[in-house]
Design a protein. Structure first.
Lengths: 165, 238, 626
């Protein structure tokens, strides 16, 4: 079956990774129950889950594609769209909420035009929210590319993000 | 088949109710004997005049799922001193179980659940009938316009009866919907166009399209990426 | 390769006697008078810069060639996250807080070599303004009973020998040498331990039913899918003392006859995943996991599974579905998971904290354990004390301590002179407890009576600036995003609750809405399939019970007294106080504020989006929020 890729630009990257993908999938061969772990590995590799990789997983692990799709859309950790260069994660745990975490999400929407799950058009930032990072003492917390920024307010967020091009 | 007498007057026929593997239990003050391994709903459903248990997500040909919750009944395992709510389609019959299927508390609960369903699907005939039976007039909520109650029968029928898996329940929570992978049947050859999904659907939400593929109910589009996929699909089909 | 195998064989401990020998030899090598610097390396301290502090210590110790005299340890979370990065200098336990890399040369020169205390780095008691030198004297730690969590600050979680030196795996040893599996279950039953994950089900009973279940294959599962927002003690325990959790799991597996275990941990906790992985590898190398554990003939393996980011997977049947590679949809538990769980095999699932309690009970005995706590809730509980509170952090206290003691004695009260309003316990399944009930002793049953829950031990303190309708809305919105969508009451009911609460916070509420909310709560409680749905209404019910007047104020007066609900507040500038500094003008994202330097600014209500940026930046309290 001929498959079309959603994002031609990404196609080249995906092709260059074919070997990597194959070896990842092969390492889980026969382990249907490890689907979620495999998807996490793939996502860690590409930052998102390319459609044709999912088709491949479905074939190699012998799991119907509909069930792979069901898992991918159920869990928040997975995304079907390429993410931007920098991932901004705003913690919306209760402690961060009572300290004003939602205002950071509002700020992102206002200034960068992205809601949680979205990516800026220039692919600079993707925004995600998380329910609690367990750094409640430092709230509101924002994580940019894995780096924790503590006690953030909208103004401070601006200054932090300026450092990411 | 054995005959069991109830209240000394009427008798009902009970399948395989012999000896060791049979359970005695009570439904709305009537004694019943059934073979082991049945759920309350299975044990009651085929017996006219015993119990009142509506069910939407249940179908005898597929495994029980417990999603719609309107089959909820009250049971007591301790001879009637304490009752709890359980889903009749999932709860296994046990020796000495006391089941109540139509108390005021149960009717209230079912009424509430039906109100929620009616608010979601105000135009579905089956739900309208249930609403009338449980005297739900107008839902207190903003009305939706969906036909699918997400009972999952179509998905289970495809898997369990046909042995395929063309569609699945995707996304979660209020954004859940029935869909083909990536909203397109073309990616796999799973859909054989048998129409079983449309057949089992309790609300008539699935119709068979001209291409002999089922046309699935559409719900609100939740996530940006799914929206992008849907747009792509629309562009491809138009 | 041969060399590697030889090394592995050397490490392998073949019997309980050998384990004792190993322990003794590690202890013999340790010099108790030697200075040991332990730096907290928990996620929060790392976020505050602990790694740079560790690097600075390494450099300085190398520069001064002090490797022999000074031991440096990066430990797990100490608990006092508010004050991180934390450094404790043993043996005297001198306590330095908010340490920066540039402080390190001074710490080495003055404290380690010179024996002097650096005043500037000491913790100042906000009540007495006294400087406190030693860790145990800090009020935050003083009232705690750190039986489970204490070792966190002492051991390097990536070094199994540290754990062994502190008495680790002695409970396992004891069990393998002479306690029969049924006796273990009896001991756990006798201890009165209840599940620390939420419901508080008696642990011993769960173990018994799993032990009694007849099956060739059984599983042991550690639930580290800590989803409650505002709770992070499971993460800290798995990060800081992973072997204590593993030891509990091995004992549990031995008691019920299982040979395969799983740790299901949140993907958002990379450090906990990493440390658990290292712990498993080391335990395998030392023969404490794997085949023929300590020469006893008992086999047990543990695998780590990372969660996919779904709160509902904290529910045991959903967790097991996810372990099977499926979506995290709960199943009805009319047949218990301990009889028919993972792949339909009997499965013993306990929370991280529950597992960590097991070695303690085996070592010290059920009688000792059951003396701690209240009649119905035994032992200690680790809470995360967060929100509007001075001493944010993890606290371990005996069950039965009052909320007031926790919040005011340990937590140091509310910051910025604000008034206490409520404390939220139990996460999204719990409720908000008001001031007048603060003297309630904390245990499973008391919290349930108040319409809240113990849950996983999250305790979020809220001050007078918190709107309780907004808090209820927050939790309902949270659950709306986390409901799996399988059953009608949860999927539709929570969505409708969200609809109503949003209306109320926007000033569109009606008094009848409160009845509808209560109706929906009843439907969820009786009709939902799993605990997530059944308890989902608790945040709404508890706020309706204790803060009904706030709902009514939102509905009738269209007022949010706390100034949180955006549609019900307005910002303005007090001309008396405005100094014309331009700060708010620059901060305003919509250009709603106009004015010249040193002249009173004005705010155009039509353009104001009520983001509060002006309120945040004003240094003269000139921005009024009404």
């Amino acid at each position: 079956m001929e498959l079309t890729l959603d994002f031609p630009k990404v196609k080249a990257i995906v092709e260059s990774y074919t070997e990597k993908v194959d070896s990842l999938i092969d390492s889980y061969a026969g382990n249907k129950e490890q689907l979620i772990s495999l998807l996490q590995d793939i996502q860690a590799e590409f930052n998102y889950l390319p459609q044709d990789v999912l088709v491949k997983i479905s074939q190699k692990l012998d799991i119907p594609l509909s069930q792979v799709f069901s898992v991918v859309t159920f869990f928040r950790a997975f995304t079907l769209k390429p993410r931007g260069r920098h991932l901004v994660t705003v913690c919306l745990g209760t402690a961060c909420h009572v300290k004003g975490g939602q205002r950071l999400v509002d700020k992102m929407e206002r200034d960068y035009g992205i809601k949680p799950g979205e990516t800026t058009e220039d692919m600079r930032f993707s925004l995600e929210t998380v329910n609690c990072l367990g750094c409640c003492a430092l709230g509101p917390v924002v994580v940019v590319d894995g780096k924790y920024e503590s006690k953030i307010n909208p103004d401070k967020l601006d200054r932090v993000l300026r450092g990411y091009k | 088949m054995a005959k069991v007498w109830i209240d000394g007057e009427t008798s009902i026929e009970v399948e395989d109710a012999d000896g060791v593997n049979a359970f005695n239990f009570t439904v709305d003050d009537k004694q019943i004997i059934v073979s082991a391994g049945q759920t309350i709903l299975e044990a009651v459903q085929r017996r006219n005049g015993i119990g009142n248990i509506p069910a939407l997500c249940h179908h005898p040909a597929v495994k029980p799922y417990g999603a719609c919750r309107i089959c909820t009944v009250e049971v007591s395992e301790d001879g009637g001193s304490k009752f709890k709510f359980v889903a009749a389609c999932l709860y296994p019959v046990k020796e000495g179980l006391i089941v109540r299927t139509n108390t005021e508390r149960i009717r209230q609960l079912r009424k509430g659940i039906i109100e929620l369903m009616l608010a979601r699907c105000p135009n579905v005939k089956r739900i309208q009938e249930l609403a009338e039976e449980y005297s739900v007039d107008k839902p207190r909520f903003v009305l939706g316009d969906q036909d699918c109650i997400l009972c999952g029968l179509c998905v289970r029928a495809c898997q369990e009866i046909i042995g395929k898996s063309a569609i699945s329940l995707v996304n979660r929570g209020i954004y859940r919907e029935v869909a083909a992978p990536f909203y397109a049947y073309e990616l796999t050859e799973e859909c054989i166009g048998c129409g079983d999904c449309a057949f089992v659907c309790p609300t008539g939400a699935i119709e068979m399209g001209d291409d002999s593929k089922p046309v699935l109910p559409k719900v609100k589009i939740p996530y940006a990426e799914v929206e992008a996929l849907m747009k792509k699909e629309t562009a491809a089909t138009s | 390769m041969v060399e590697q195998v030889r090394k592995l064989l050397e490490k392998r401990v073949e019997s309980t006697a050998e384990l004792e020998n190993l322990r003794q030899s590690i202890l013999d090598k340790k010099d108790s008078s030697r200075t040991c610097i332990s730096v907290c390396g928990g996620t929060a301290c790392r976020a505050s810069g602990a790694e740079a502090v560790v690097d600075a210590f390494v450099d300085e110790i190398e520069r001064r060639e002090l490797q022999i005299q000074v031991e440096l340890k990066e430990t797990g979370c100490h608990g006092f996250c508010e004050r991180g990065p934390l450094v404790v200098i043993q043996p005297k336990r001198i306590f330095y807080q908010q340490v920066k890399p540039e402080d390190i040369p001074e710490i080495i020169a003055e404290t380690v070599l010179g024996g002097k205390v650096i005043e500037r780095l000491l913790y100042v008691d906000p009540v007495t303004s006294q400087k406190i030198i030693y860790e145990p004297d800090v009020p935050f730690y003083k009232k705690q009973t750190r039986t489970i969590f204490g070792a966190n600050g002492e051991i390097d979680p990536t070094n199994i020998e540290d754990y062994i030196a502190s008495g680790g795996y002695s409970a396992l040893s004891k069990v393998l040498v002479g306690i029969k599996p049924q006796e273990i279950v009896d001991e756990i039953k006798k201890s009165g331990l209840r599940g620390r994950g939420g419901g508080g089900f008696p642990t011993g009973r769960k173990w018994q039913s799993c032990r009694d279940a007849k099956a060739d294959i059984k599983y042991v599962i550690c639930n580290a899918d800590e989803g409650d927002p505002g709770a992070y003690q499971d993460r800290s325990l798995l990060e800081g003392n992973p072997h204590s959790v593993l030891e509990g799991m091995i004992i549990g597996a031995y008691a019920i006859g299982s040979h395969q275990g799983y740790i299901y941990v949140r993907n958002e906790y990379p450090l906990a995943v990493g440390h658990a992985r290292i712990a498993i590898e080391q335990a395998m190398d030392y023969g404490l996991l794997g085949e023929n554990i300590l020469g006893s003939g008992f086999d047990f393996k543990v695998m780590i599974n990372k969660g996919g980011g779904a709160f509902v997977c904290g529910e045991s049947s959903a967790l097991m579905a996810s372990l099977e590679g499926k979506i995290g949809e709960p199943k009805a538990k009319y047949i218990h998971m301990s009889e028919k769980g993972l792949w339909d095999s009997p499965s013993l699932l306990n929370n991280v904290k529950t597992w960590a309690n097991v070695p303690l009970i085996i070592n010290k005995g059920a009688d000792w354990y059951s003396k701690i706590g209240t009649a119905g809730s035994k032992g200690t509980m680790i809470f995360s004390l967060v929100g509007n509170i001075n001493n944010t952090g993890l606290v371990e206290v005996p069950m039965g301590i009052t909320l007031r003691e926790m919040i005011f004695d340990i937590g140091g009260g509310i910051p910025n002179g604000k008034k206490f309003k409520a404390v939220q316990t139990g996460g999204p399944s719990g409720g908000c407890i008001p001031e007048q009930l603060l003297d309630t002793p904390v245990d499973f049953d008391e919290l349930t009576k108040l319409g809240s829950m113990m849950g996983s031990g999250g305790m979020i303190v809220m001050d007078e600036d918190t709107c309780m309708v907004d808090v209820a809305k927050y939790f309902i919105e949270f659950l709306k995003g986390e409901s799996c969508g399988k059953c009608t009451p949860c999927r539709e009911g929570i969505n409708r609750m969200s609809e109503i609460l949003n209306g109320i916070t926007q000033g569109k509420g009606k008094l009848e809405d409160l009845d509808t909310l209560e109706d929906l709560a009843g439907i969820l409680n009786a009709g939902a399939l799993c605990a997530l749905g059944q308890t989902a209404a608790n945040p709404v019910l508890s706020t309706l019970r204790y803060f009904r007047d706030e709902y009514i104020a939102h509905i009738e007066q269209k007022k949010c007294a706390a100034g949180v609900c955006r549609e019900l507040i307005r910002y303005s500038i007090d001309p008396e106080k405005c100094q014309g500094c331009l700060r708010c003008l620059r901060a305003c994202p919509t250009g709603a504020i106009t004015g010249e330097k040193r002249e009173v600014h004005t705010l155009n209500q039509g353009l104001c989006i009520k983001c509060g940026a002006c309120y945040d930046v004003c240094k003269f309290n000139a921005v009024i929020r009404q």
